[in-house]
Structures are given as structure tokens and as C-alpha cells.
Design a protein around this ligand. Structure first.
Ligand code: PEP
Ligand code: MN
Length: 362
């Protein structure tokens, strides 16, 4: 059972203006003082209040641009002084945290590779003790919800109460169009467990290409997430890292203006009555599903007893594989996705095996 998190509501951080989305924008990496200031000015002129830039860059291969280091913090301080924007950067060690605190950085984020490492997370959490700086934690590179939650718990236990998350998708060996697999169900699960945790999506690292940024941002808004972190560069094609996924500030504004922001709820009486009726139908159908599952398990119990009396093993994978394929085929005709059928029927099968084993052990 997950522990609760002690959080300061994002509305009290003094960072973001509502309505949604709360936006963090800026280049993947700080490259030169001119590039940082030019991008910041262009973003500030378009109403962006929170500026991002990576100073220490986690790169897959040595020899790639690994960030300008501490020098870049001075540039961020200038952005703050000149534009009034809040500034944020990624930290991956206690040294990074101390440097950021020294230069008055307003918000920190933890990158996907760091969230996946409990040693580093603890080191960062300890360095943040007795500070008031907000921290956003990206999902770990692998789709492991517990690892993500563990990182949040470490920070929260060290007293970080201005805490939020950024969903940037997961590494995958599958050939997909995006740079990272969205795995939205993991974000939804986290959101369900911690509804008051401010939730950002990072369409840039999820999509990996400019052309996908709008559809991912829209999806994040449709899921009711509060914010977006989007990479923006004054001259994206010349960027030293992640050139293909960065937008110019004007293109970012166009994207933001194209988003359709649906209300999380509506006070409209007709809407409420309509949705209540539909929800009542769902409740009845769910009850029916439970009753059907119960009936199915009763048959499984009988099969278990029958196998036991005839000395037959419980698991017959050949039969199950054939049954699953048949179900997927039938499911398709009902407009149900293969992955949904697979998940649902594998869960039913697991329960059935458990029930049969139960009979055997009696
Ligand atoms: C970044 O935000 O620049 C970054 C390195 O992201 P991630 O940790 O999601 O790869
Ligand atoms: Mn990047």
C-alpha cells in the first residue's frame, strides 16, 4: 500500500498561471549565453512564465554535448533578472542541487535516468533537506510505477512538499513512431493514487519529433493533466541536443493556442443528469461482470475437482493459447483491442488457476 504524500498545492507555489496548461518551456540544453537569453526573451514575450534549460546533460554516448555545467547557472540567473521568469534545470546529484541553490534556481527536475536510481534519489533528497525549492520528478526510463513512487517518497520524507511529476514515456525495444512509449496507463494509475500531485507531460521527449508534439499535448490535456514541459529553442535546427523535437517560441505559441482544453467537470444541470445516468448504467454492467466472473470461477472450481479426481495436471497451456486467440478474434468483431482482450483474459485465467489450485490443496 502506497504511503500518502504531504504536499503543498501547486496553486501556492507562485509559479504558474491558470487555467491549464501550466507551461514550462525552454531549450533542451543551455548552449551559449546568447541562445539562452534570446530564447527566454522570445518565450517571455509570449506569456511563458517558467523557463527550462539543461545544464548537465545525461547523454547515451560519451563525447556528445554534455552541457555547459555551472556556467549555465549564471545565464539562468540573468534570465530571471531580465525577464522575471522562474527558471529551472535538471539535477542528477547532490553537487548539482547545491550549485542550483547557490545560484537561486527556482525549480528543479529529476531526469528519467536518475529517478531509476534509488542511491542518487536518496542523495538528492538529503541535499534538499531544509530547503523550500519545488521538485518535479520524471518517470523512470523503465515502466516501473513503484520506482517512480519510491523517488517521490524519498523526496517527501526529506521534507520536499512542493512536489510534482513529469510523464515523458518509457524506453522500449518495440519499433514505435515516438521516441518513448507513452504508457499512459501508468500515468493514469499514479494520478489515481495521488490526485493532488501536480502532473506535467513532456511531449518533447515522448514524441522525439516536432510533428508529434501537438497530438501528445492534446492527449495530456484530455487526460486532465495540469501542465506541459516543452522544449523550445530560438534556432532549433542548430541545437546541440534534441534538435528534431524542439520548437521555436512562435511555434510553441501556435501549439498552445491549438489545444482544446476541456473542462474537468461541468456545473451544467443537464450535463450532470446525463452523466449520472450513463454512470448508473456502467455500475449495473460492472455488477453483471462481477456476477459472470463469479459464475465462471464456480465452473473452474468444478473443473479443478474433476481434474483432481482423474489425476490430471491443472495447467494446460496449449488449450489456453488456443482459447486466447479465439477470444481475440471474437473481440475484434466487438471492436475490442487485442491488448485489452489479452490483459482481461490473462487475469481471468490466473484467477481460474488459483481457484483450481485451491480445490487441489483441500
Ligand atoms: C531533458 O528534459 O532534457 C531530459 C534529459 O529528459 P529525460 O530525463 O526525460 O530524458
Ligand atoms: Mn532534451
Amino acid at each position: 500500500m502506497a504511503k500518502t504524500l504531504d504536499l503543498v498545492p501547486v496553486g501556492e507555489w507562485g509559479f504558474f498561471t491558470l487555467p491549464r496548461p501550466m507551461v514550462i518551456a525552454g531549450p533542451c540544453s543551455a548552449e551559449t549565453e546568447e541562445q539562452v537569453l534570446e530564447t527566454a526573451r522570445e518565450l517571455a514575450a509570449r506569456g511563458i512564465h517558467v523557463f527550462r534549460a539543461g545544464i548537465w546533460k545525461p547523454r547515451t554516448h560519451p563525447g556528445s554535448f554534455e552541457g555547459v555545467g555551472t556556467t549555465g547557472l549564471k545565464w539562468l540567473r540573468r534570465v530571471k533578472e531580465e525577464t522575471g521568469m522562474k527558471v529551472c534545470t535538471e539535477v542528477a546529484s547532490e553537487k548539482h542541487v547545491y550549485e542550483c541553490l547557490k545560484y537561486g534556481i527556482d525549480l528543479l527536475w529529476v531526469g528519467a535516468r536518475t529517478t531509476a536510481n534509488p542511491f542518487l534519489m536518496q542523495e538528492i533528497a538529503d541535499a534538499l533537506r531544509d530547503t523550500d525549492i519545488p521538485v518535479l520528478v520524471k518517470n523512470p526510463v523503465n515502466p516501473d510505477l513503484d520506482l517512480w513512487i519510491g523517488a517521490l517518497e524519498r523526496l517527501n520524507q526529506a521534507g520536499v512538499r512542493k512536489l510534482g511529476v513529469i510523464h515523458r514515456g518509457f524506453s522500449t525495444s518495440e519499433p514505435i513512431a515516438y521516441r518513448n512509449a507513452p504508457g499512459w496507463q501508468i500515468a493514469v494509475e499514479l494520478r489515481t493514487r495521488y490526485p493532488s500531485l501536480p502532473f506535467f507531460a513532456d511531449p518533447s521527449h515522448m514524441g522525439g519529433k516536432r510533428e508529434y508534439l501537438l497530438e501528445i499535448s492534446q492527449k495530456a490535456m484530455d487526460l486532465g493533466l495540469e501542465g506541459l514541459m516543452i522544449e523550445s529553442h530560438c534556432s532549433p535546427d542548430c541545437a546541440l541536443s534534441d534538435a528534431k523535437q524542439q520548437l521555436t517560441p512562435p511555434a510553441l505559441l501556435t501549439l498552445l493556442e491549438s489545444l482544446l482544453i476541456r473542462e474537468k467537470d461541468s456545473g451544467d444541470r443537464e450535463y450532470r443528469e446525463g452523466i449520472d445516468q450513463l454512470r448508473a448504467q456502467i455500475d449495473i454492467l460492472d455488477e453483471n461482470l462481477l456476477y459472470l466472473l463469479h459464475s465462471r470461477m464456480e465452473v473452474s472450481r468444478k473443473i479443478g475437482a474433476y481434474k483432481r479426481d482423474h489425476n490430471v495436471a491443472i495447467l494446460q497451456t496449449g488449450r489456453w493459447d488456443a482459447l486466447l486467440s479465439a477470444m481475440k478474434e471474437k473481440g475484434r468483431k466487438y471492436g475490442l483491442s487485442e491488448s485489452a482482450i489479452e490483459g482481461i483474459f490473462n487475469a481471468i485465467h490466473d484467477e481460474s488457476v488459483r481457484v483450481q489450485n485451491d480445490v487441489l490443496s483441500k
